[in-house]
Unconditional design. Structure first.
Ligand code: C2E
Ligand code: MG
Ligand code: MG
Ligand code: MG
Length: 283
């Protein structure tokens, strides 16, 4: 009987693995096609000053239109990272972001720094720092127009020379933000090793910032993160701010910048420009 059960278990496991592998393969094939057929788009989510709500930046977020459906990044970025497609996809993101900034600067007076997300895998060859600096140089744009967002996991990736590349970007004048802070490994030593100027508190901490009396909220943690960041001269962005109560608490705690649905969802480029960028011709 034991043998039969074992046999079944193995067969079951194999079938499940087969399914997972083939699902991944089809996604990989579709991602490759998406890149060729221009199915990607960048959306832009405003970042505003906590004190007065003025626009201080925006995060570029990748969107994939697959026919009529929109596949969220959380479903395809991990696959793209695993199979290496994140490198050409990431190059597309850099080119699109720089192209969009150039286009906006031609038409509008003020375009705030735009932040793009980078995966650890992008710090392998070819060098993502060169790709970014070349793109800006080619477009004739100053480095101040762009920022990059990384997670602590770049430090853990043994393949790339991420710290050197980040140093090069920072030296060239590109702002670096540490994304999803407080999740993952969050070793404080990374803050010393990475040349970051901005710390983004993960959405999960903002979600539990304001809770009913008696419940354990994240307020003490958020307070400590902000104090630590400020003592290191880092600016603090709160991610995923959805309610006026959260905004009020963050203001009280001295958080610098707010990003979240309370102000705006990520917007298509046209809508972002229309709502947030001031025109040179009719201000
Ligand atoms: P992230 O970099 O932490 O981006 C913030 C995510 O939070 C975005 O999800 C954004 O839409 C979402 N968000 C913003 N405000 C709120 C809010 O108030 N409530 C809630 N519930 N969510 C909010 P999105 O666009 O689905 O992206 C998910 C993740 O995919 C990103 O997390 C980032 O890690 C990755 N990603 C997106 N675009 C790129 C890209 O171009 N390259 C790379 N490597 N990764 C990307
Ligand atoms: Mg991000
Ligand atoms: Mg984040
Ligand atoms: Mg994330």
């Amino acid at each position: 009987a034991a043998k039969a059960v074992g046999g079944n278990a193995i067969r079951f496991h194999t079938a499940q693995m087969d399914q997972r592998v083939s699902l991944r393969m089809s996604l990989e094939t579709r991602l490759r096609k998406a890149l060729q057929e221009n199915q990607f788009e960048l959306y832009f989510q405003p970042q505003v000053a906590a004190e007065d709500g003025r626009l201080v930046g925006a995060e570029a977020l990748l969107r994939w239109h697959d026919g009529d459906s929109m596949i969220p990044p959380d479903q395809f970025i991990p696959v793209a990272e695993e199979c290496g497609l994140i490198v050409p996809i990431g190059e597309w993101v850099i080119a699109r972001a720089v192209g969009q900034i150039a286009e906006w600067r031609n038409r509008h007076a003020l375009v705030p720094p735009i932040a793009i997300n980078l995966s650890p895998r992008q710090f392998w060859r070819p060098s993502v720092s060169h790709c970014i600096l070349d793109a800006l140089n080619f477009a004739g744009l100053p480095t101040s127009v762009l920022e990059v967002e990384i997670t602590e996991s770049v430090v853990l990736d043994p393949e790339g020379d991420s710290i050197e590349q980040l140093g090069r970007l920072r030296e060239a004048g590109i702002g670096i933000a540490l994304d999803d802070f407080g999740t993952g490994y969050s070793s404080l030593s990374y803050l010393q090793r990475l040349p970051v100027g901005v710390l983004k508190i993960d959405r999960s901490f903002i979600k539990s910032l304001v809770v009913d009396e008696g419940a354990a909220g994240s307020e003490p943690l958020v307070r400590a993160i902000i104090a630590m960041a400020h003592s290191l001269s880092l600016k603090v962005v709160a991610e995923g701010v959805e309610t006026p109560e959260q905004l009020q608490a963050l203001r009280y705690l001295g958080c610098d910048i707010i990003q979240g649905y309370l102000f705006s969802r990520p917007l298509a480029p046209g809508e972002f420009a229309e709502k947030y960028l001031v025109d040179r011709k009719n201000p």
